[in-house]
Design a protein around this ligand. Structure first.
Ligand code: X2X
Length: 345
């Protein structure tokens, strides 16, 4: 080999090494433990979803990727609306998170909090499992995390300590705890209630002391948290918001794994997400809704609305829907509306 050729190829080889080496090193530097953030623990469908994901990953990677659960958003001292920023910054390695809690940072996620957008589960699936779901994932990627799969917290129903709510007038003056997302303040203000933002950790003592009158959360959450024991004696089934969950990984953590391990983590998230959604809907999709029977057996009033009664809530919140449609992006909301209209029931 001529000296010149030798030098050229040596330089090229060194350059190639310099280029690939950091990635190769990063990929082998696995942490002994990865930290998964969750608001709700394994007594709830949400936490079970996180546990299913962690277990599948541990098994399928023969322990190369070992995940510990941090329920109660304990990595960020319970401040659930900071979860997305903490994920982006690497304080949290991975999470199963609610679109509500991340919507202050990613405005498109407010889509799911638009009042009365989703008439039924088929509508939710048409959005999350279709093109709109993909668009949302692209948005999340641009925002700096790696989204892998959808889960579900559930349809958020309203409960309170005072009366059976049948019309917006019944909400007048009721102090309702909402999650820290401005869209919820608008919705409850439009309904004549007095909304107050509070973390989930602070909310439960506030129900017990009577500092707040009511709240909105899925029935599965109501039951697992035993909200009937903290004065929440009346539930109205209005299905105004569905609360999907997203399985995500921090970008740098993702990059540190081999392509084969990334594929395992992703497939495990998809499998766990499917199972979690089934768990979240259990007791609510069967014709006789056994979960509602269980709740009524605890002495709780469960109010079902007629179509006309429900419509009064839809009408009262329509200006909020229109205002936020613009803020979220009329195109995105329009695509969701179309997917819902075209759903298979
Ligand atoms: O705080 C809530 O209400 C909860 C647990 O449902 C969420 O994290 C959105």
């Amino acid at each position: 080999m001529k000296l010149r050729t030798f030098l050229t190829s040596a330089v090229a080889a060194a350059a190639a090494l310099a280029f690939t080496a950091p990635a190769a090193i990063a990929q082998t530097a696995y942490k002994s433990e990865y930290r998964m953030s969750l608001v709700l623990g394994t007594a709830f469908p949400w936490g079970k979803g996180g546990e299913l994901w962690a277990n599948k990953v541990r098994e399928r990677t023969q322990g190369r990727i070992n995940i510990k659960l941090y329920p109660g958003v304990s990595l960020i001292q319970g401040d659930q609306t900071r979860e997305f920023s903490a994920l982006r910054q690497g304080v949290i390695d991975m999470a199963v998170g609610s679109t509500i809690n991340w919507s202050p940072q990613v405005k498109q996620l407010n889509l799911f909090s638009l009042p009365f957008l989703f008439p039924d589960y088929a509508a939710v699936d048409a959005v999350t499992q279709g093109d709109v779901g993909k668009q949302i994932f692209t948005t999340l990627e641009k925002a700096g995390v790696v989204p892998l799969a959808w889960g579900e917290n559930g349809y958020r129903e309203i409960s309170n300590s005072k009366l059976a709510i049948k019309s917006p007038a019944d909400l007048k003056g009721l102090k309702i705890r909402v999650v820290g997302s401005p869209l919820f303040l608008d919705t409850f203000t439009a309904l004549g209630a007095n909304p107050t933002q509070m973390s989930w950790a602070d909310a439960q003592p506030a129900f017990a002391s009577g500092a707040v009158d009511g709240q909105e959360n899925p029935i599965a959450v109501y039951q697992a948290a035993k909200l009937h024991t903290v004065a929440q004696k009346h539930i109205t089934m209005w299905g105004y918001v569905n609360d999907p969950l997203v399985f995500v990984v921090n970008k740098d953590i993702w990059a540190s794994w081999t392509p084969a391990d990334r594929e395992i983590v992703k497939q495990a998230a998809i499998d766990a997400g499917k199972e979690e959604i089934a768990i979240a809907r259990k007791g609510m999709v069967e014709a006789d809704k056994p979960l509602l029977k269980e709740i009524a057996a605890n002495g709780v009033t469960v109010t079902q609305l007629s179509a006309a009664e429900r419509d009064a809530f839809v009408k009262a919140t329509r200006p909020v829907y229109e205002k936020w449609k613009g803020q979220i992006g009329a195109d995105l909301v329009g695509s969701a509306e179309k997917a819902i209209a075209a759903r298979k029931k």
